[in-house]
Design a binder for this molecule. Structure first.
Ligand code: GUN
Ligand code: ZN
Length: 647
């Protein structure tokens, strides 16, 4: 049972229920060596831990104890415990002497909460045929494990080496079976050799085909430096043996890298250990004492990073956080750049509105999903014959444009219908009609352009030259981008009629035709006294919509929703609920994902939606908390926050 709370890119915060425990995700599961638990991981933030069933199984004393008193008492942890199967030992030593059935049944017998079958961790860059053969065994053993377990939850590890198509195929196959968590396996060698870019391909090829309703565990990724990018790719669980392994080697983890104790003049953080001890004091200690103190620091740092990531998702600024983290190592920057190549997939999951503004963090930001989505959604807008390109200014642009009497064109033009667009970073071209819409209005970028930004803008301008019959540019743009327009033209009056603005916003938000559906008739506008912006829109004396101040979104009234419903063909903007939940929807109760039987593929988290029954009768309006793929996949938790029902 897994429920998503906040989303950002492919990342999510959620609640994972195991037995009677509710675990906040993303989270880190410290690896606890059975019989060697020397530090109190719970007090450092661990809500769930992972241990190795094979090690217990192979040791007579541990095995007897575990069978008698259970794994929870054996390792002294009363929260959920995940057990691994010995596959890691298999990959390290080539063979192990236990079979799949034995080890799965053993895990259940010792009371593990989530058990793991005996997958085959095919290393990166293995031969294709070997990877494929191994994968067949991995999938078969996972499938068998469903018959061996009684009540225990089950991991099903995704393998496939560095072949994206094998990873995808594995994810697809496992997703049709009844598993609870999907670890992504055999990535440790990629992490150890800093091949983060290849790891991105592995994770993205996997996540695309895993059911969003199941938590994903990036196995063996214990360095906090990589957590935020992994979370952005949709990983929910991490395990850390690193905290102890690094400590044993006198190395201190940080969110941007690793420190060797021998190099430290100063303690690098503000945890209890780093405040209380100096490097000199640590160096002079007994090995075991020192190891436990460094391990404590390492876990402290790791959980601090996890908490900051969860906060960033709730705030909607996970990418700003990732951009900072990925600047601490060029290989991480590579990985981030590779991640940005998956815009189409990311766009499906990224919410359309967030609490935070978009902060430009460098040229990579131009490839962020918000920019990709904007350029895609621009195609939804009606286009006039000519366009006027205006220089960036303070926001909102339409209220702060400089006085311009003369504009420039490449040839004399005779067009009397103009679109007006501001040229700015990161979104490139922003129609004045959309200058209050998220994230176009809620973005910050430096005023001095880097060369990538200049190139980006230039390429957009050259596209515009093909799309319009006439293009006028300001003197400033003409010079800055070397356009060489020589004809001077009197500037057309910049005017954005209310109806035009509203239609553009509606088409951009809901898709083509929504504006005509909503704002056709005699318009009456009520503006906010404080901001001067449109707050309420009446058409022929009926309230059609309000405009949300924070992000400029149109919130349709009941009448507005009815108009959208009658003018936009099924299934556009629709979420279809079953008969059982119809009365609840009509009463304005929130919609749970399990009652949804169909929905528009284009629905994104935070979209305004129409809630209908199987006969496409409008029952209610609401805000989607999830995207279409998630709405259809989850059978637990809320999908739509209902605004009002039909009564
Ligand atoms: N621990 C680290 N990598 C792996 C893996 O691929 N499979 C299993 N079962 N455990 C692991
Ligand atoms: Zn510290």
């Amino acid at each position: 049972m897994f429920e998503v709370k906040h989303k950002d890119n492919l990342g999510r915060t959620g609640k994972f229920t195991i037995a009677d425990h509710k675990i906040k995700t993303p989270t880190l599961m410290p690896v606890v060596h059975p019989g060697k638990m020397t530090i109190d991981v719970k007090s450092l933030g661990a809500e769930i831990v992972i241990t190795n069933a094979y090690i217990i199984y192979k040791n007579d004393e541990l095995r007897e104890k575990a069978l008698k008193m259970g794994v929870h008492r054996l390792i002294g942890f009363d929260g959920p415990i995940v057990t691994d199967s010995g596959s890691f030992q298999l990959s390290e030593y080539g063979s192990i002497d236990v079979d799949n059935k034995e080890i799965v049944e053993f895990q259940e017998a010792i009371g593990s909460n989530i058990g793991t079958s005996l997958d085959i961790p095919t290393p990166p860059y293995a031969g294709y045929e070997k990877a494929k053969r191994d994968l067949k065994v991995t999938i078969q053993r996972a499938e068998e494990s469903l018959n061996y377990r009684k009540k225990m939850m089950l991991n099903a590890v995704v393998q496939g080496s560095t072949y994206p198509e094998l990873r995808s195929e594995c994810a697809r196959r496992l997703s049709t079976m009844d598993f609870d968590v999907h670890p992504i396996g055999a990535v440790v060698p990629l992490l150890e050799s800093y091949q983060y870019k290849d790891l991105v391909d592995v994770v993205m090829a996997t996540v695309e085909f895993l059911p969003p309703s199941r938590p994903r565990h990036l196995m063996g990724a214990g360095h906090p430096m990589f957590f935020s990018l992994a979370v952005s790719m949709g990983c929910d669980l991490f395990d850390s043996a690193a905290y102890m392994l690094y400590a044993d080697d006198d190395r201190l983890l940080s969110s941007s890298g690793t420190y060797k104790l021998e190099d430290l003049q100063e303690m690098p953080c503000s945890c209890n250990i780093c405040v209380e001890y100096t490097p000199r004091e640590l160096k002079s200690m007994e090995k075991d004492d020192r190891r436990d103190l460094i391990a404590t620091h390492n876990l402290y740092i790791s959980f601090a990073e996890i908490r900051r990531i969860r906060q960033a998702i709730a705030d909607g600024n996970l990418m700003e956080f990732v951009e900072q983290r990925c600047r601490s190592h060029p290989r991480l920057l590579d990985a981030y750049r590779r991640f940005l190549d998956y815009q189409e997939l990311i766009e499906k999951y990224d919410p359309v509105s967030k609490k935070s503004a978009f902060f430009y963090g460098g040229p990579e930001s131009l490839k962020r999903v918000e920019v990709y989505r904007h350029l895609k959604r621009m195609k939804r807008l009606h286009r006039k014959r000519g366009v006027v390109l205006l220089p960036a200014c303070e926001k909102p642009y339409s209220a702060n444009l400089p006085q311009m009497d003369i504009l420039f064109s490449s040839a004399p033009v005779e067009v009397d219908e103009w679109d007006f667009m501001v040229v700015d970073i990161p979104f490139g071209l922003i129609p004045l009609t959309l200058d209050e819409f998220y994230p176009l209005a809620q973005s910050e970028s430096p005023s001095i352009l880097d060369s990538d930004s200049k190139k980006f803008i230039k390429s957009l301008i050259s596209k515009v030259l093909h799309e319009y019959d006439a293009v006028l540019v300001s003197r400033d743009l003409n010079e800055k981008f070397g356009l060489g327009f020589t004809y001077e033209m009197p500037a057309p009056k910049i005017e954005i009629p209310h109806r035009e603005r509203l239609i553009a916003v509606a088409d951009y938000q809901f898709g083509e035709g929504a504006g005509e559906a909503l704002f056709n008739g005699n318009l009456e506008i009520v503006k906010s006294k404080r901001t001067g912006r449109i707050r309420y829109v009446y058409v022929d004396d009926e309230l059609i919509a309000s405009i949300r101040t924070s992000d400029g979104f149109i919130i349709p009234s009941w009448k507005g929703a009815s108009l959208l419903h009658s003018k936009l063909d099924y299934p556009r903007c629709r979420v279809v609920v079953d008969g059982e939940s119809e009365p609840f929807a009509r009463e304005g109760k929130n919609i749970f994902a399990k009652f949804v039987i169909e929905c528009d593929k284009n629905i994104r988290a935070n979209d305004e939606v129409l809630i209908v029954n199987e006969d496409d009768e409008l029952l209610a309006t609401g805000k989607s908390l999830l995207c279409s793929e998630e709405i259809m996949d989850f059978s637990y938790g809320q999908a739509i926050k209902t605004r009002r029902g039909r009564r």
